[in-house]
Write a protein that binds this ligand. Structure first.
Ligand code: SF4
Length: 423
């Protein structure tokens, strides 16, 4: 019997959804990492998957090469490119800063993979502003939580626990707190709702959520003539929901940016904020937009503090220019407005680089034979120290290296390429 050393890591920050829970306790036995402190299926499967990785080798045109050769090949490709695009950006603060350095130097365009969902949701705020809250305030103040979406329990498994809305939660709130759902609840909602005080929920396709919310707004304002209930939603559920809203002191409306990223999803966001405005005339309400990967909030936070603008950015003119649609990575690929894609992976192990006909440099923790140049990189927070911004943008968490798979970070690799280009 072998005597394997068991190592324990307390207070680990989990990088696998925007909540960035910071209370995990991990055990490493041999090469297998287990969470022994909590029950989050998303976190458990991702930690296990990450701990089972095998060491990857760099490739040029599909053939294994040394790291030095791969970096040189990347430098050669970049030197000949006219319209480079840097995307993926599933990385941490340091990785984003290095990618921005490179984009600025190359006069490239830069965008984060999930940024379009963030942008669709943020467009309302850019034009109209909005009342937002934080995870902490929602936990400490809200007495009604309205979840707009279908997959929230799968995307953010510990949300209800973190916000203290579970009946069994040790967190003691003075008044009863209710949860309501607007959308097509997935199976996992059942477990959540069994554990909480439930308000009336309204089942509808997410595309109809804007209409439902407008009806609720009109009932709240007693303007029944303005938006008729045109679909077969039970009016009793809507009335009961409105009653609960009237009795609440602080309602928080929660949604995942990715779930409302369909065409015209911004109209649903718009209706949420119009309802919030109406409630705020007599009581208090706020929105809480969640992002599934902390790399989206991180990339936008870094870009905004550096240039005063979120992603996507284009440096083609020499200055940072922001256009949410024109410079979005998928728009650029679709209109073939680039001759070289530099993809920076890292955090999200399930996202693949989209197929494209351009030349490709891939920095990732997943092997990719079809890239012109593939350079393996480490996962932030698991293989190297990292900083990531939480979904509510109020906190940049420090993630201590767990030494799962020591290797070069995305930032190290981008800096190596950048310094060789400048030589
Ligand atoms: S809820 Fe999200 S951040 Fe928290 S443990 Fe689960 S996957 Fe990690």
């Amino acid at each position: 019997m072998t005597d394997q050393k068991i190592q324990t890591f307390p207070d680990v920050v989990c990088p696998f959804c925007g909540l960035l829970c910071d209370d995990l306790s991990l055990q490493n036995e041999g090469n297998s990492f287990h969470i022994d402190s909590l029950d989050c299926p998303l976190s458990k499967s991702n930690f296990l998957k990450a701990s089972k990785r095998t060491a990857l080798k760099p490739r040029v045109n599909g053939k294994f090469v040394t790291r030095k050769t791969a970096v040189q090949a990347a430098v050669n490709l970049i030197s000949n490119a006219k319209l480079p695009l840097i995307t993926g950006l599933m990385t941490d603060v340091a990785g984003t800063r290095s990618a921005l350095n490179l984009a600025e130097y190359l006069h490239a365009t830069i965008d984060q993979y999930s940024n379009r969902a963030f942008e669709i949701n943020a467009s309302h705020i850019q034009t109209n502003g909005g009342y937002f809250t934080t995870l902490s305030e929602a936990r400490n103040r809200a007495d009604m939580l309205v979840l707009i979406g279908s997959q929230i329990p799968n995307l953010f498994p510990r949300l209800i626990e973190k916000l203290g809305f579970s009946k069994s939660d040790k967190f003691q709130f003075k008044r009863p707190r209710k949860i309501a759902v607007i959308g097509e609840p997935c199976e996992e909602f059942t477990t959540i709702l069994e554990q909480a005080e439930v308000s009336a929920s309204i089942e509808c396709e997410l595309k109809q959520a804007g209409h439902v919310i407008s009806v609720i707004q009109n009932q709240l304002e007693k303007r029944k003539d303005r938006v008729p209930l045109t679909h077969s939603f039970p009016s009793s559920a809507i009335q009961s929901f409105v009653q609960d809203l009237k009795q609440s002191d602080y309602a928080v409306f929660v949604w995942a940016a990715e779930e409302l990223s369909f065409p015209l999803g911004d109209l649903v966001v718009d209706s949420i904020f119009r309802l919030i405005d109406v409630i705020n005339q007599s009581r208090r309400a706020a929105g809480l937009m969640l992002t599934t990967t902390p790399s989206t909030t991180t990339a936008n936070a870094v870009s905004t503090w550096r240039y005063g603008k979120p992603l996507p950015l284009s440096f083609r003119s020499g200055n940072p220019e922001h256009h949410p649609d024109y410079y979005a990575w998928d728009s650029i690929m679709n209109r073939e407005d680039t001759d070289l894609v530099i993809w920076v992976g890292g955090l999200d192990q399930s996202v693949e680089m989209p197929d494209c006909s351009m030349q490709k440099i891939l920095l990732s923790n997943k092997d990719y034979e079809d890239a012109d140049v593939f350079i393996p990189i480490a996962i932030p927070g698991l293989d190297h120290d990292a900083h990531l911004f939480r979904t509510d943008l109020t906190l940049a968490h420090y993630l201590k290296n767990l030494h799962m798979n020591d290797g070069y970070s995305g930032a190290d690799t981008l800096e190596q390429i950048y310094s060789q280009l400048k030589c």
